[in-house]
Design a protein around this ligand. Structure first.
Ligand code: C2O
Ligand code: CU
Ligand code: CU
Length: 513
């Protein structure tokens, strides 16, 4: 949507003073400039320092919002790492509570993975060393302390990891950071009346996830970016706690997907809409050679609680403003070699039944309806028709273990199974039993999707992935682990709706030689 049309639309529907907070962003006179995540590379000794600290951010005119950042920035920096290079990352915790960082998408040993067992106390530091041995990709990092991940991410802690290799440096792709190679970290936020981050882990968010009514792009609402005329590469990350997005271009021009979570696809895949689950990354190319400005938008999705305004219509994410400067004109036909999926007969199999306590489902839906009305239900009324009449046990119900996998809520001390290193396994994740979205993520591996929510995966979801859609049906993935994860630093497999994860929909497992 054009900014002017958008302003016309909101002014037509009410007096500006009575508008919700999110609309004030859009009414600001000028487009803010898109902040570019600072690139951070290892120094001569292979070291990187990340300081997690409290700070302030100005999201609203005249209001100071307390945030948590990394080296002062919200969202944090983009680490650029070379495959094959040894790195040591020093994570310094200057926050008032324990934290840690997990390197989402990296195939590194359990002791470097940053799972919930690896926490760092306030005023302490953690030293993490690893050597990447995986192809070029866009990963990310965020805190992972059990029960607090949702809160700490909502406060601003996250950043990108750009992995480069020989292939990525030879492909003729846009690679000018912040010019034609543009990181886009997308997060919704909810602010209180005083402009502070309004995070709650309660029966409602444990059921549907925490969501907001503002969409931030690299920490700013509906910014603009001046771009050359030619191919523009966008590195998209859905860093929302719970919200799935559906990206498109305002004038209908296509997006060409070149990479998924774990690296390049075989060839670019042309799409007009690109759904993006929490935790997922895709790299896309968009052609601006006609010189016309356009918007990247997110289209409405059918996810419970995510249909409320302003997400009930196309919402602008970024204004693209082509300049007179000429950019890159060609893109490669072939991007990478991805092996065929091997024969599945005889592979070890595992079953993951995702479960929500029926009481949580009911109380959560009830709280959602009471706070937001039936518009929040995304058409999923079904067995919730009568929820307005059920008695409320919201106050006494303990939701902290109400989300489970195979009947078990997450245990900090009990890994659930052991996988042999280097062996293929077929995992089936079932979301049968509720209609909630569960983006299922596995640490320590890039896997292949065999079936996704009961269907063959779409073409752009057939490459390396670490997150799969599970929503009322089954998904099957083919996993393999290159590294060891011992019982004191197990890998995690979990739902990436952070409030589901924080209330138990996660398990730890080990990998042995
Ligand atoms: Cu991005 Cu265990 O998660
Ligand atoms: Cu991860
Ligand atoms: Cu979930």
């Amino acid at each position: 949507m054009q900014r002017r049309q958008f302003i016309k639309w909101i002014t037509a529907f009410g007096i500006v003073g009575s508008l919700p907070l999110w609309s004030k962003f859009v009414l600001a006179d000028d487009f803010p400039v898109l902040p570019i995540l600072p690139l951070l590379q290892p120094d001569g000794d292979g070291k990187i320092q990340l300081k997690l600290q409290a700070g302030e951010t100005h999201w609203l005119p005249d209001i100071t919002t307390k945030t948590w950042g990394i080296n002062g920035s919200v969202p944090g920096p983009a680490l650029r790492l070379q495959s094959g290079q040894a790195v040591t990352i020093e994570v310094i915790n200057r926050l008032p509570e324990k934290t840690n960082l997990h390197w989402h998408g990296l195939e590194i040993p359990g002791e470097a993975d940053g799972g919930p067992q690896a926490w760092i106390a306030p005023n302490q530091k953690g030293i993490i060393s690893f050597t990447l041995d995986q192809p070029a990709a866009t990963g990310w990092f965020h805190p992972h302390p059990h029960g607090r991940t949702g809160y700490q991410v909502s406060m601003g802690l996250s950043g990108l990891i750009i992995i480069e290799d020989e292939n990525s440096s030879q492909l003729s792709l846009p690679r000018n950071w912040g010019v034609d190679d543009i990181p886009l970290v997308l997060q919704d936020r909810k602010l209180s009346k005083t402009g502070q981050i309004d995070y709650q882990l309660d029966v409602m968010t444990a059921a549907v996830g925490w969501f907001g009514d503002i969409l931030l792009t690299n920490g700013v609402c509906y910014p603009q970016q001046v771009i050359p005329r030619g191919w523009i590469r966008l590195r998209l990350l859905n860093a929302c706690n719970a919200r799935s997005l559906n990206l498109a271009v305002s004038d209908g021009r296509p997006l060409y997907v070149i990479a998924s979570d774990g690296g390049f696809l075989v060839e670019p895949v042309k799409l007009h809409e690109l759904p993006l689950l929490p935790g997922e990354r895709f790299e896309v190319l968009v052609d601006s050679s006609d010189g016309k400005p356009f918007d990247i938008v997110t289209l409405p999705v059918q996810q419970i609680a995510m249909t409320l305004a302003p997400f009930d219509r196309p919402l602008p994410v970024l204004r693209m403003q082509p300049s007179a400067r000429r950019g890159s004109k060609v893109i490669p036909d072939n991007l990478a070699v991805i092996p065929a999926v091997p024969a599945l007969a005889g592979l070890p199999e595992r079953w993951f039944q995702l479960m929500m306590d029926p009481q949580l489902d009911m109380l959560g839906m009830q709280a959602l309806m009471q706070r937001y009305g039936s518009q929040a239900m995304a058409g999923h009324m079904g067995h919730h028709d009568s929820i307005e009449h059920t008695a409320s046990h919201e106050k006494t119900f303990n939701f902290s273990h109400a989300n489970r996998i195979n009947g078990q809520a997450f245990s900090m001390t009990q890994p659930v199974f052991d996988v042999k290193r280097g062996r293929d396994e077929k995992w089936t994740i079932s979301g049968e039993g509720d209609m909630m979205l569960h983006p299922f993520h596995v640490h320590g591996t890039q896997y292949r999707i065999l079936t996704e929510n009961g269907k063959p995966p779409e073409v752009h979801r057939r490459g390396w992935k670490d997150t799969v859609r599970v929503e009322g049906a089954r998904s099957e993935i083919l996993v393999r682990f290159k590294h060891i994860a011992s019982a004191d630093s197990p890998y995690m497999a979990h739902c990436h709706v952070l409030e589901h994860e924080d209330t138990g929909m996660m398990l730890g497992f080990t990998v042995s030689a």
